[in-house]
Structures are given as structure tokens and as C-alpha cells.
Design a protein around this ligand. Sequence first.
Ligand code: CO8
Length: 259
Amino acid sequence: MTDLVRLEVADGIGTVRLDRPPMNALNAEIQRGLVAACREAEQRRDVAAVVVYGGEKVFAAGADIKEMETMSYTDMVDHSALLQDFTRALARLPKPTVAAVTGYALGGGCEVALACDWRIAADDAKLGQPEILLGIIPGAGGTQRLARLVGPAKAKDLVLTGRFVGAEEALAIGLVDRVVPAAEVYDAARSMLAPFVGGPAYAVRAAKEAVDRGLEVDLETGLEIERTLFAGLFATKDRATGMRSFVENGPGKATFEGA
Ligand code: CO8
């Protein structure tokens, strides 16, 4: 375990808190810590959804450049699996996730945000993939997830130039989903996740999985994934509760157990 990443749980929402001042530079310890925090968030039944948060000043300014500076090619061959593991752990978390972005989300920090389902940014936030300025490229999924999110031309603009985008431009290109005053980012992220607390957890999980896995395959295969997940939900208590509640009381009144 590490103190650099904590899972804090309150009112059904988990917060994966990055805590390595001043910039939350993502060294190997924090990368491993992120994998562990995601696993814990997945397993805990009192966590319905997850905010990833780096504190009031900064989300994360990227991989720890001082740690990487002396690494050789063979060091990086060994290490690069971990780079993708921690963003994969976040992307595959079977619960809704939001990145609450304050200050900088750069390089690996932007890639952490990209691995979440949604991104809420402070109005003074800056995001980018400046790896090119170090003579490298994004290595924690940035070239892939950014292009899927904003399209190839915008992704190449950011990845090939390394320029930062402010919150408003990030919103305009679809890199973030909402912009709020800096002091409200964390609360806005929690509010976005509040509807999932006490919600139909298996259906939410299936919905996320269907969209994410569907994006990786052709349409017919995606429809097959949807069909299987759809049918599977008929084995859950939540499905029975939801439909019975609709028939007896009308829409939107069901109380789910997550079972
Ligand atoms: N790694 C290590 N230390 C950092 C990093 C970093 N990424 N970013 C900032 N710091 C340190 C600075 O060296 C400085 O340390 P010190 O006080 O000891 O000199 C301290 O944090 C404060 O930084 P600045 O003085 O530079 O603060 P400014 O407000 O002037 O600038 C910036 C803030 C704009 C964030 C600037 O520090 C900067 O450009 N940082 C680097 C951003 C960057 O290039 N990120 C990409 C890194 S590479 C990467 O992420 C590869 C991803 C592939 C794998 C992903 C694995 C996680």
C-alpha cells in the first residue's frame, strides 16, 4: 500500500485521491497505488461510483520525469506494462468514474482523466499531452483513448505539438464534459455520480461494458455483446424490482438492492 493514492469513501461514492505534492507526478509507486485503489473500489459494495481527484491545485502533471530520465530502453520495456495497467484498471472499473480536473492534467495525468467515463474541469484547468516535447509519445493510452474521444485530427493536434488546451477549448472539442468554477470541481463530480448510489448496479455495469467493449469491435459483434448482457440482466433482482415497480407505481420509483 502507498499513501500517495488513497480510496476515500463517503455516502456511497469512492474518491481515488492522488496525493503527491506539488504536482502529483506519477511515479511507479503511485501507478501501482492506482491499480490497487481501483481494485479496492471494484470490490467494495459501499462504493457505487468513483471520482478521481488530485486535490484543489493540480490533477497530475504527468509521469515522473525525474524517475524516467535515467531509464534505459530495457528498463522501459519492463515498466511500460505498468504504465498501461493503471489506466486500464481505471477504464475497466465496472462502476461509473469521473475525473475532477483542477490545475494541470498533463501527459500521464491527462491519460488518467481519459480513462474515466467523464471529465469535469475547473475553468482554469489546462490539459495536454506534452510528451513530444520530451522526445517521447504518450504511453499510458493517450494516443488511443484521446483519438477515440476527440477524433484523430484533434488528437494529432495535441499529441504531435504537445500544446496545452484550456478548459473551454477542451469542452469545445469534447475532451471534457463540463466546466465549472475551480472551487466547485470536486462537488460537481460527486453530484454527477450521486444518481448511481442505490441505483441498479448490475445494469449500470452492463451498460458501461456494452458501450466500452462495443467501441473496440465491429457493429455485429457489438450488438452480440449487447444482446448477451441484456439477456443476463433478466437474472437479476434489480430487473424484477424495476419492472414490478413500474407496473405497480409508474416510472422512476424503484428502490434497487444492487443484486
Ligand atoms: N515529473 C517530475 N517532476 C515534475 C513534473 C513531472 N511530470 N512536473 C512538474 N514537476 C516538478 C518540477 O520539476 C518542480 O520541481 P522542483 O520544485 O523540485 O523544481 C515542481 O514540480 C513544480 O513545477 P514547476 O516549477 O515547473 O511549476 P510551474 O507552475 O512553473 O509549471 C508545469 C507547471 C506546466 C506542470 C510544468 O512543471 C511542466 O511542464 N511539467 C511537466 C509536464 C509534462 O511534460 N508532463 C508529461 C510527462 S511525460 C508523461 O507523462 C509520459 C506518459 C507516459 C506514461 C504515463 C505514466 C504515468
